[in-house]
Write a protein that binds this ligand. Structure first.
Ligand code: FES
Length: 69
């Protein structure tokens, strides 16, 4: 499913990017440029990914401390 239409980014692409960035959501988003155009996808993307990742690993939540556009 596309989460960022401007950049053509799917949820799988974002999950892979976050994984390659050691679970850091902010770095995963920045690596793909999610939210860097219109920005409408940014908060929905973060919420969805946080929910999916927390379901996968409730004892080791992703690092969301530095989320910025
Ligand atoms: S939909 Fe992601 S920046 Fe526009």
């Amino acid at each position: 499913m596309y989460i960022c239409v401007c950049k053509g980014i799917t949820d799988k692409m974002l999950k892979d990017s976050i994984t390659s960035q050691g679970g850091n959501i902010s770095k995963g988003l920045k690596a793909l440029g999610v939210g860097s155009e219109c920005g409408t996808c940014l908060h929905d993307s973060i919420d969805n990914i946080k929910k999916q990742l927390s379901k996968n690993d409730e004892n080791n939540p992703p690092n969301t401390s530095v989320i910025s556009k």
